[in-house]
Write a protein of this length. Structure first.
Lengths: 491, 367
């Protein structure tokens, strides 16, 4: 402990900081006003130069001639955040976060002034979770900005934060947000504890954090929703969920979440309930199409010819008769091609993106059929199931579903319809066993909760959603003043 | 560790049981659409199968092969010897039985179809006048796929209420119900055309007689609930004989046993219909005129129904299921259940009180 104390001589401090930081850009500014000589230390690329030059320096130059103490300065400095320190390790910690260090000759303590201007981008529209209707702003990489946006949606003192710094090397700020009185303390405790107990080297993105704190690392399904939309996060907070922000990540982590939550978009709340219900049911239909459509084709063509409607029989056999592979290989091949296309589309620089459309659409689509490589009915089915998987609002879930398609196709090729049922049962049992922050993952169905069901596969009118979901176990359940609910909602 | 072992088990099971699923890859199959059974000389069966032989270059979609054997599964073996593709029955839509064969009983053949798990119940059973192979092997100028053509023709008539449905499960149900007999469409080829204008009556599993489709209409209203459909009737109103067509007929029947010892049935038919066409100018907007016509239709329907019942008795068949009703009534009064032959014997000399009520809902509007 004693070795970390700040020396009382400015010169020595300067020397110590040099040795600690080893950064040639570390700048020092010595000032002498009257009998005092002052030292300012800072990293120029992290601080707001305008404030320094136009506010801070003129103020320091106009200091009185007599000896001053840091304690006297704390009250009068024209900076919002001032902190006293006697530990030079703390000084370096703050310097790299955009603070200015101020020391007076002959005093063995200094002041840290917050004049940061950390490079960040301005607010932009949501790019990953696109919505047609509703707010368009998305979170950015700066944690402070994100908290600012969130507070502007919920200007209430009930919004509570817990700040945690994790990462031995990265020293990343993580912020756990929840609504006091609405969030179950147990949920908050679970999240805070899981984050606090992390002992990792570095943590750069929330995508990494979510894998470190979720319930089952071995499941392919994501168990906590990640979103870049402040309106979605605000809604979730009002439901009593817990949110985690990570410095440097525009994606907030949201929990507890259920399997069904991954198929909900926040836009469903902004459009009328009939439309919302229809669209939600459509997404669940898409889930089944995406998981089983190709598999059913393989099963029907390999094992269950009697299932095929007689009207479809002739065209099906005609398109198949030139294909040299069995249906299983044909399907796997085409699914692979679609995945190649998708991955290439995600990785390609924007400017060459157009080429992809031509390669994918014409070369692979048309030519493959003309060459007798695949049947055109299968191309349609595979394209349909790929399309269906893109209807899910959660990118994680849609990727999971697309990957799960492969084992199910394989099972269909080995055991036909029996194999599909086997795969489906396995999946169902797996989902039933999962949990999210210790809460059941398959909630509205198992255990069955009518209250949550009203806002799952369908969305009933708001007047009938008088209570917060059972999932979050909110201590304050009432969203509307009256359960019967013909009065105005309070929130 | 436990996880890895479990995964290893799964993979092992998948690998070992792979061969247990019997692969039937679609393009390697000859999908039978229609099968026909004939009897030839020495008790052997002549089987005819119409099946898809789909080849993008070929002009004909279907191929017909025939072979002889002693059993229906034997026919399958014979057929497979003649074909480049494995012939399977999962897509069979129509089965045709020669009338002579049907007279000797077709139960083993029908049961064989119904026991095959790949064959659903969506198969129409029909009786052919003459040889089934004559119908199936003939080249019709209008259609290249006789199997589907036959299926659609029967289905269209069944849906239009012109023909009594005789799907596989319906035949089996009628056969196994004590006191009820199955019926089937009776098809006949006249040069290049197929006629479905008769109904074959069965006594248990044996063909026993035939009635016209017109009589089939009256049989149908006695057998089941009847919706839509139309009928041309010869009426006599005020000593004038003329024809009228009623449509959108819907009818309900009620059959009751009146006397257990000397079987007597009350057969009540309630019918509503619209008049579509009349050969004579009668002002139907006048209630008394309409009433007259209504009465005349009632009389005509009653007469024809009685004629049908008489004919059924003559053939000693019971497609309506009077025997079943009689048997149930017997058991209700505490007597022992009758078997097939006793049941048939018991209702041999039944009396029928037929009562028909016709209500004309609308006249004039066609649609």
């Amino acid at each position: 402990m004693t070795t970390n104390l700040i020396p009382d001589s400015i010169k020595e401090t300067q020397e110590t900081l040099w040795q600690q930081l080893r950064n040639p850009r570390l700048s020092f500014r010595s000032l002498s006003c009257g009998n005092n000589s002052l030292l300012l230390a800072y990293l120029p690329y992290l601080i707001d130069m305008v404030t320094l030059q136009q506010v801070l320096l003129p103020f320091l130059e106009r200091l009185p001639d007599e000896k001053i103490t840091p304690d006297a300065l704390v009250g009068s400095l024209p900076v919002a955040r001032v902190r006293k320190t006697t530990d030079y390790r703390q000084v370096t910690d703050y310097l790299v976060r955009g603070w200015i260090y101020l020391q007076i000759e002959g005093v063995d303590s200094g002041l840290l002034l917050f004049v940061a201007n950390i490079p960040s981008r301005s607010l932009g529209e949501a790019q990953v979770e696109v919505q047609i209707f509703g707010p368009q702003v998305s979170f950015t990489e700066a944690l402070e900005t994100n908290l600012g946006i969130l507070q502007s949606y919920l200007p209430t003192d009930m919004l509570s934060n817990v700040s945690i710094t994790i990462g031995r090397r990265s020293r990343t700020n993580v912020e756990v947000c929840y609504m006091e009185e609405l969030a179950d303390p147990e949920n908050v405790q679970t999240v805070v504890q899981r984050v606090r107990e992390l002992d990792v080297d570095g943590l750069i993105d929330s995508g990494k954090l979510v894998q470190l704190i979720d319930d089952n690392t071995f499941s392919i399904f994501p168990q906590l929703i990640m979103t870049e939309r402040p309106d979605y996060v605000s809604e979730a907070l009002l439901e009593g969920k817990v949110i985690v922000f990570v410095e440097g990540s525009p994606f907030a982590i949201m929990g507890p979440s259920t399997f069904v939550d991954f198929f909900k978009s926040n836009e469903d709340l902004y459009i009328r309930w009939q439309m919302a219900s229809f669209i939600r049911l459509l997404r669940f239909l898409a889930l089944f199409v995406s998981l089983f459509f190709t598999a059913i084709y393989v099963a029907a063509l390999t094992f269950h010819y009697e299932m095929i409607p007689s009207a479809l029989l002739v065209s099906l056999v005609k398109s198949r008769s030139k294909v040299p592979f069995p249906p299983l290989f044909e399907a796997l091949l085409l699914e692979m091609i679609i995945e190649f296309l998708r991955e290439a589309g995600a990785r390609l620089p924007f400017k060459v993106g157009q080429t992809m459309g031509i390669v994918g659409g014409i070369v692979i689509g048309q030519a493959a059929v003309a060459a007798g490589f695949t049947s055109n009915i299968l191309i349609m089915i595979v394209a349909l199931s790929a399309l269906a998987s893109f209807t899910f609002p959660s990118y994680m879930m849609s990727t999971a579903v697309r990957i799960l398609r492969f084992p199910i196709i394989l099972l269909a090729g080995i055991w036909g319809g029996f194999g599909i049922m086997l795969g489906a049962s396995f999946l169902l049992i797996h989902i039933l066993r999962q949990s999210s922050l210790g809460r059941p993952f398959f909630l509205p169905f198992f255990p069955f909760r009518l209250r949550d069901f009203k806002n799952s596969l369908i969305r009933v009118p708001f007047y009938n959603l008088g209570k917060r979901p059972a999932l979050t176990r909110s201590p304050d359940n009432a969203r509307l003043p009256d359960e019967a609910g013909k009065k105005r909602p309070i929130q | 560790m436990k996880r890895t072992r479990l995964l290893a088990y799964y993979l092992l099971v998948a690998a070992l049981l792979h061969g247990c699923g019997e692969e039937q890859v679609l393009e390697k199959l000859g999908l039978a659409v229609a099968v026909g059974y004939d009897q030839i000389g020495d008790g052997r069966l002549l089987g005819t199968t119409v099946f898809y032989q789909i080849d993008p270059e070929a002009r004909q979609l279907v191929t017909v092969i025939a072979g002889t054997a002693n059993t229906s599964k034997g026919l399958k073996i014979t057929h497979n010897r003649e074909s480049s593709k494995k012939i399977v029955g999962g897509q069979i839509r129509v089965a045709v039985y020669q009338d002579e064969l049907a007279r000797k009983g077709i139960l083993p053949l029908v049961e064989n179809l119904s026991r095959d798990a790949s064959i659903g119940s969506n198969v129409y059973l029909t009786v052919a006048k003459g040889r089934a192979s004559d119908i199936l092997t003939h080249r019709y100028p209008e259609t290249s796929n006789i199997g589907i053509y036959l299926y659609q023709a029967i289905r269209q008539n069944v849906n239009g209420e012109n023909m009594i449905s005789s799907k596989l499960h319906e035949f089996m149900k009628d056969y196994y119900a004590v006191g009820k007999d199955p019926v089937m469409p009776y098809i006949e080829r006249v040069k290049n055309e197929l006629h479905i204008d008769k109904i074959a009556l069965f006594r248990d599993e044996r063909l026993a007689g035939e009635i016209s489709t017109r009589e089939g209409f009256f049989l149908k209203i006695l057998r089941e609930r009847y919706n839509k459909g139309e009928l041309e009737i010869n009426l006599t109103v005020d000593n004038q004989r003329f024809f009228t067509v009623i449509e959108h007929i819907s009818s309900k029947k009620q059959i009751k046993l009146l006397d257990l010892d000397k079987p007597r049935f009350s057969v009540k038919v309630k019918m509503t219909a619209q008049i579509q066409e009349m050969a004579e100018q009668i002002d139907l907007s006048k209630p008394e005129e309409l009433h007259k016509v209504q009465k005349a239709i009632q009389l005509a329907v009653k007469k024809e129904t009685e004629g049908l019942l008489e004919k059924l008795r003559k053939h000693q068949v019971d497609p309506v299921g009077f025997g079943e009703i009689y048997n149930i009534a017997r058991q209700k009064s505490g007597k022992k259940k009758l078997n097939r032959d006793e049941c048939r014997e018991a209702i041999k000399r039944t009396q029928f009180d037929v009562d028909v009520q016709v209500k004309i809902l609308r006249t004039g509007v066609i649609g």
